[in-house]
Design a protein around this ligand. Structure first.
Ligand code: NAD
Length: 543
């Protein structure tokens, strides 16, 4: 049925690509960098272990909107990685004995320091990652919010007292700090993901060391500087919140190091699989937050006036580069034609361009590789006989300044087959490509929702409480985030965030996620002069 729907015409341009001419940094970039005291041009130190340094091969931070080089950032050599990890451990040894509420007071000061820089940091996120400014600001708000949360948590990281079966005995479950927590993060949330980890890890009494994405080092440096100033002002070893910029080699060095007690990894399923195995190989602890392939299901009784804009935001927001982006849309056959027609019109009105300009809804993809992945996904739909109902090509903005940016049109595709086992449906393409299929019964849609390897987020649009019961129950959605009349993306910090299956089973942020950042001890204490054994076991030398 959907195959008969014609795409709404849209003028699009081919991307004109070339080597950016050497020129001074644009004023849009230099204003943002100078507000955060990041020198453009020369090498910016990308390693912090109480002191700033790093003599490894520099990373180049590119602006995805313009293609210009924002700065060069020094990385850590293998020896510097080792030194930074050793300093983290030393910092942990003193930090772990600080009372948790006092650690909370440090987090409160970090929260205050970050909140005075929301605008500057939000603009930097937009500049370096490419998401629109309002989303950049939202991301910085998220680190502020999780700090608030962790301040409260620092007085509530409770263990438990358990009734013992033995007279005069008590059993306590005691949370203690874990040690050194390494945070390896993805490019698409260059501030918030670290925030989720740092706030909980610090409240728990760990030293945290951050290896950010090699393509967003400036966001990491700006945040680390703010955190470091607070630590240093309080006389705390700065290696409590260290930073190690670098690429794959640096990541591997951290993951394999026995000095790292937990690796909290956010990134692709492919790299997550390598990281998870490497950590397991040394019996370390890992927390994996990997790719998503999220579906929205629209029933005939859905509140269409909110379903449509919410699905638009979830599919197109952040240029389809959220782990929670809606990539699969399942429409009930009875409403599919009208819904698709309205969605196509909405896609036509999405303003594409400079993410720093108010009103832009779609900024660039983060890299040229992402553009190639976008093109490959569209070719795969076409070559298998599917239809492209909106978008499907690259986009060249009118402004000369943006000619070398990574712009694409947001795309609605109808693959020829709706078999969820096919690559088109089962793999995450990190770009604004929404694949659509129809269904007749909710059970069929739930089966398609669950048939992919990933299990991060999903949403059902309905007003029927019976559908809601099915959706959130044992035979319902198998994802970690299961929404009703709310989009797949845009989670709040209050609940634990994370996914199941190949998304990695990790939980971060709110809920009980803090329990992952501590080591638990079950402590049995005998207050008597007798030594009875559990389960009535007798082991008496006199008998
Ligand atoms: P990526 O897997 O390419 O990189 C993630 C991190 O791993 C980077 O810091 C990278 O330098 C590092 N790395 C690469 N190879 C490594 C190795 N062999 N050993 C150790 N570290 C290594 O991911 P990306 O492209 O930056 O991010 C996009 C992906 O992240 C998407 O799949 C997205 O869904 C996922 N993501 C998931 C969540 C979540 O919470 N589930 C959140 C954000 C992003």
């Amino acid at each position: 049925m959907l195959n008969s729907l014609r795409p709404v015409a849209r003028t699009h341009h081919s991307l004109r690509r070339g080597i950016p001419a050497a020129r001074a940094l644009s004023s849009r970039a230099s204003t943002i960098l100078s507000a955060l005291r990041i020198p453009a041009g020369g090498d910016v130190p990308g390693v912090y272990d109480g002191q700033w340094g790093g003599t490894g091969e520099p990373l180049v931070s590119l602006c995805p909107s313009t293609g210009e080089t924002l700065a060069r950032v020094t990385t850590a050599t293998p020896q510097e990685v080792q030194t930074a990890l050793e300093k983290s451990r030393q910092a942990y040894v003193s930090f772990r004995t600080m009372p948790a509420p006092r650690r909370g007071e440090i987090i409160r000061q970090i929260r205050e320091a970050l909140s005075t820089k929301i605008d500057a940091l939000g603009a930097l996120v937009s500049l370096e990652m490419g998401k629109i400014k309002t989303e950049g600001l939202g991301e910085v708000q998220e680190i502020v919010d999780i700090c608030d949360y962790a301040v409260g948590l620092s007085r509530m990281m409770n263990g438990s007292v358990i009734s013992s079966e033995r007279p005069g005995h008590s059993i306590l479950e005691v949370p203690n700090p874990l040690g050194v927590v390494a945070v390896l993060s993805a490019f698409n949330f260059p501030v918030a993901v670290y925030g989720w980890n740092l706030a909980l890890s610090m409240a728990a009494g760990n030293a945290t060391v951050w290896k950010p994405s090699p393509s967003t080092p400036l966001c990491a440096i700006a945040v680390t500087r703010i955190v470091a100033e607070v630590l240093e002002k309080n006389g705390i070893n700065g290696a409590v919140a260290g930073l190690i910029c670098g690429g794959k080699d640096v990541g591997e060095g951290i993951v394999k190091s026995p000095d790292v007690d937990m690796v909290s990894f956010t990134g692709s399923e492919a790299v997550g699989k390598i990281v998870g195995k490497a950590v397991q190989d040394r019996f370390g602890k890992s927390l994996l937050e990997l790719g998503g392939n999220n579906a929205a299901i629209v029933m005939p009784d859905a509140p269409m006036h909110i379903a449509l804009p919410s699905i638009l935001f979830s599919a197109v927001g952040t240029a389809g580069q959220r782990c929670t982006t809606t990539r699969r849309l399942y429409l009930h056959r009875s409403i599919a034609p009208s819904f698709i027609e309205r969605l196509q019109r909405a896609y036509e009105t999405v303003k594409i361009g400079d993410p720093l300009v108010a009103g832009t809804l779609l900024g660039p993809l983060h890299t040229q590789t992402a553009v190639q992945n976008y093109q490959a996904a569209i070719s795969a739909v076409r070559s298998a006989g599917g239809e492209i109902l909106a978008g499907g090509t690259l986009h060249t903005p009118a402004s000369a300044e943006l000619q070398n940016g990574n712009y694409v049109l947001p795309t609605i595709a109808v693959p020829a087959s709706s078999d969820p086992k096919q690559d088109i449906w089962s793999k995450e393409t990190f770009a604004p490509v929404l694949n659509v299929a129809v269904f007749d019964e909710l059970e069929e849609a739930i089966a398609m929702n669950n048939a992919v390897p990933q299990g991060l987020s999903s949403s059902l649009w309905t007003r029927d409480v019976r559908n809601v019961g099915k959706w959130i129950g044992p035979a319902g959605s198998d994802t970690g985030i299961v929404n009703v009349n709310a989009g797949t993306s845009g989670a709040e910090i209050g609940a634990a965030f994370g996914g199941n299956k190949s998304t990695g089973w990790g939980r971060e942020s709110g809920g009980d996620a803090w329990k992952q950042y501590v080591r638990w001890s079950a402590c049995t204490i005998n207050f008597t002069d007798e030594a009875p054994l559990a389960q009535g076991v007798s082991f008496d030398l006199d008998k």
